[in-house]
Design a protein around this ligand. Structure first.
Ligand code: FES
Length: 139
């Protein structure tokens, strides 16, 4: 009986540690430099495109280009985009965001952060991850 209790305690501890392990081993978003350059052309209605090696995603719709950071607003895990469901889902505590980053279900209580984008003359984008903007902002 005591052995069974220990198995339960160890299993509970492992479940508690798992989200922290995911957080510390997921792709790093704490960038040394807040600026991200995206050079690929973005077609209208492109859907979300990942900017390699960062949590920054860009998208172009009929109104313009926008950028979003795929960091869960609960405790900072990287959220994964599921294009089939058109949702962002956090692997740590299962917060779900819609296609635009708005909360569907918690524990997160805020939308994913949109950040500033500037179009350069050569067509590339410079995304400033330190400058948060509103959900409606496009360039
Ligand atoms: S970090 Fe907790 S739900 Fe995303």
């Amino acid at each position: 009986m005591l052995r069974l209790a220990w198995v339960g305690i160890i299993a509970s501890a492992a479940l508690a540690i798992e989200p922290l392990a995911k957080y510390f081993t997921s792709k790093e978003d704490r960038q040394k430099f807040p600026l991200v350059v995206y050079k690929k052309p973005l077609a209208e209605n492109s859907g979300w495109q990942n900017t390699a090696a960062t949590r920054v995603w860009v998208k172009r719709d009929t109104l313009g280009v926008m950028a979003m950071v795929a960091t869960c607003t609960h405790l900072g895990c990287e959220v994964n985009y599921h294009s089939d469901k058109k949702q962002w889902i956090c692997p740590c505590h299962a917060s779900i965001y819609d296609e635009e980053g708005r909360i569907i279900s918690g524990p997160a209580s805020q939308a994913l952060h949109r950040v500033s984008v500037e179009r350069q003359p050569d067509g590339s984008l410079i995304i400033n991850t330190s400058k948060q903007v509103g959900m409606d902002m496009r360039v």
